[in-house]
Design a protein around this ligand. Structure first.
Ligand SMILES: [Zn+2]
Length: 370
């Protein structure tokens, strides 16, 4: 055979199969990603060192004696502690006033009935210099007649939200109450014995007592799927939500002006007013929820949702919590809330009564932590 030299091998046959080549490119790609990640981390670390050194140089609370200059250990976190009574006179000076507002907002969202006057709050705060907001690291709240509740920031929690003493975080709930005040008069009950008919007749919603004319709001944004009379529901509004749930608002005295089928409504948009139309014995809202035509307990939509920390984070959380607890325990009692003229005050917490020598409304302390 003329020129019978074997066919020149393909370039990939010099020990590199196409698969090997792909692996090498993948490896190089990952290496590239790694370099970028490392660079980003280095910049972050650099920034946090910078922030830490600025914190060390930052001033303490204005009403506290100037602290001794801490050692320039860039890895140290500097903490400020403060305590106050909700409704007590004397707003602490900035930046503590903004910490106090941030803490009260955090707590109000977390407590079922919000923050009441007279509640005693103690906080551990990470010092920071403006414009960086001081971060709240731990909060303890003692409300009248309630056991003390504590909340902690834990770096192992990816969401950055505060967790409670069991390491659970409150998951933000997009659903909102259909009435400003929920006074449940009858729960969802698939086996309810009907008071008049004396036979099992499921109660497919939750009844909330309210005066006729009380505004009723959409529990979540969605598309209006019904406006008008609807049998026993009386004047009924139904809203189809994107997640497949339909909510219903029954026995209304009237509808929000201009509301019609197909309208898009926002969360908490007015849809109508409480009444007693349809099969109803008095003014109330019958609030229901269904998925694919099957009713379920609408109250579950409004319930607080807690998410547990992953099991592998719990030891680290307990250690962090122990340190923050010691700092919270060391904070003194604040001034009690001033009594309001004309009464209407909530009973002061017993701890407040025992404060004979009230200390400053906002006490400042600084400490070093590893
Ligand atoms: Zn009902």
């Amino acid at each position: 055979m003329p020129g019978g030299s074997p066919k020149r091998p393909e370039p990939t046959s010099d020990g590199w199969s196409p698969r090997t080549e792909a692996s090498v490119w993948l490896g190089l790609g990952l290496l590239g990603v790694g370099v970028v990640w490392f660079t980003v981390r280095a910049v972050e670390i650099d920034r946090s060192l910078d922030a830490a050194s600025r914190q060390l140089a930052s001033a303490g609370p204005p009403d506290a004696a100037p602290p001794p200059a801490p050692a320039p250990d860039a890895g140290a976190e500097q903490h400020i502690t403060l305590s106050w009574t909700v409704g007590a006179p004397g707003e602490p000076a900035e930046p503590l006033a903004s910490v106090r507002r941030a803490a009260e907002e955090l707590l109000a969202r977390r407590l079922p009935h919000g923050l009441r006057r007279g509640a005693v709050i103690r906080a551990v705060v990470e010092a920071a210099r403006a414009p960086k907001e001081p971060r709240v690291l731990a909060l303890a709240v003692r409300a009248a007649g309630q056991p003390e509740a504590r909340f902690y920031r834990f770096d192992g929690n990816a969401t950055g939200r505060l967790v409670d003493e069991e390491g659970r975080e409150l998951v933000p709930n997009p659903w909102q109450a259909p009435l400003a005040t929920l006074r449940r008069t009858s729960p969802f009950n698939p086996k309810r014995m009907h008071p008049v008919l004396h036979r099992v007749r499921p109660h497919e919603g939750t009844d909330y007592g309210a005066p006729s004319g009380t505004p009723v709001y959409a529990a979540l944004e969605g598309s209006v799927s019904w406006v008008g009379p609807h049998g026993g529901h009386g004047n009924w509004v139904a809203i189809q939500h994107e997640n497949g749930v339909e909510t219903g608002y029954a026995h209304l005295s009237r509808f929000a002006a201009g509301l019609k089928r197909g309208d898009h409504v926002a969360t908490h948009q007015l849809v109508g007013y409480v009444g007693s139309t349809g099969r109803s014995t008095g003014p109330h809202l019958h609030f229901s929820a269904s998925r694919n035509g099957v009713y379920f307990d609408a109250e579950t939509l409004l319930a607080m949702r807690l998410r547990e920390l992953p099991a592998d984070q719990r030891d680290a959380f307990r250690a962090e919590k122990g340190e923050l607890d010691r700092e919270l325990d060391d904070i003194g009692d604040p001034l009690p809330a001033a009594s309001r003229p004309g009464g209407g005050d909530e009973p002061a917490s017993p701890a407040n009564d025992s404060v004979s020598q009230p200390r400053a409304a906002a006490s400042g302390a600084r400490r070093q932590r590893r």
